[in-house]
Design a binder for this molecule. Structure first.
Ligand code: NAP
Length: 290
């Protein structure tokens, strides 16, 4: 209702591209933020096919779309069509935020930043801590680079497929000189004790709520804090088992929220006060029905 009334010739347009795009929560986050800050902006989801990706970006540029989030499956494939990519996005080889600048879009990756902010909001430290990342896919890459940059005491990467785990560990080792070890997901029980365990696989995501990548219940007694990148369901089986074993638990909504806030800050070069952020977070959380 508000959007219909207020869109005019001065409205700044932002959006998200992906395929499929029907389940994205980013429009809710950004449009609620604009409403809260009384800003003449609008944020729209765009379902783009792979064959149309380059044309979509050229069109977006010509239509003066100021900023674009990029989601699955284009975080990597979009890079050849960009003017440039900031350093952290280059390390990861994937971007989730594009900012319009003279001559094209610049790519950024705010996923790892979003996770880090969510951890700090939950009083979870990484520096000098032992961290285990479960998974080695796209999300794990941004998480691993950001965790490695915080100087953990040791980083374990555990994946179902060893090759993908090795590739990620090699890429992390190229940029950061930290103690690193990889292990097969099947052998995760041999890891002794970790301060923070970050679950980055898609296992346990809606509608497969009864699945978890770790099957041994004993494993959860070795963890201090358990983090899952999934937020639907709100509490995955992984987090449920961790909570029952006495761990502090954090789901992926904070990461999603703060990566979006970071994108907003990149686009507008503005900052939002903590009070407003906390209010927005609570408002969105109470409106979600997972
Ligand atoms: P991806 O690139 O497809 O990677 C999937 C990962 O899950 C791989 O490590 C894969 O292992 C593992 N995996 C898949 N099925 C498995 C199974 N049955 N058993 C064990 N491991 C399995 O996906 P992604 O983009 O990294 O996304 C992963 C999850 O993170 C999704 O649930 C996504 O929604 C979530 N995510 C959340 C946020 C947020 O803001 N909260 C941001 C990004 C992603 P293999 O290498 O062996 O195949």
């Amino acid at each position: 209702m508000r959007l219909c009334k207020s869109v005019n010739g001065c409205t700044k347009i932002y959006g998200i591209i992906g395929h499929p795009i029907t389940h994205t929560l980013s429009p809710l986050i950004h449009n609620t933020l604009y409403e809260m800050l009384i800003q003449n902006n609008i944020y729209i989801p765009f379902d783009v096919s792979l064959s149309g990706l380059e044309r979509a970006l050229t069109g977006a540029y010509e239509l003066n779309i100021q900023g674009i989030n990029v989601t699955v499956p284009y975080k990597e494939t979009v890079i050849p069509y960009l003017l440039d990519v900031e350093a952290y996005g280059k390390q990861i080889g994937a971007v989730n935020t594009l900012k319009k600048s003279k001559g094209g879009y610049i790519g950024y990756n705010t996923d790892g930043w979003g996770l880090l902010k969510s951890l700090s909001e939950n009083d979870i430290q990484i520096k000098n801590k032992t961290v285990l990342i479960i998974g080695a896919g796209g999300a794990a890459r941004s998480v691993a680079m950001m965790i490695a940059a915080q100087n953990p005491k040791k980083l374990f990467i555990s994946n179902r497929t060893i090759k993908r785990g090795e590739d990620l560990a090699n890429d992390v080792a190229y940029y950061y000189s930290i103690p690193l070890e990889i292990c097969l997901l099947d052998s995760i029980d041999r890891i002794d004790k970790v301060d923070v365990c970050i679950q980055t696989t898609s296992v346990g995501m809606h509608p497969n709520k009864d699945q978890t990548p770790v099957h041994s219940d004993d494993f959860f007694y070795k963890i201090g804090s358990a983090v899952d990148l999934i937020y639907s369901p709100w509490e995955t089986l992984f987090l449920k088992k961790a909570r029952r074993a006495g761990c502090k638990t954090v789901n992926g909504f904070g990461m999603l929220f703060y990566q979006g806030i970071k994108a907003y800050e990149i686009w507008t070069e503005g900052n939002i006060s903590k009070d407003r952020l906390d209010a927005l977070f609570q408002m969105l959380k109470s409106n979600l029905n997972f």
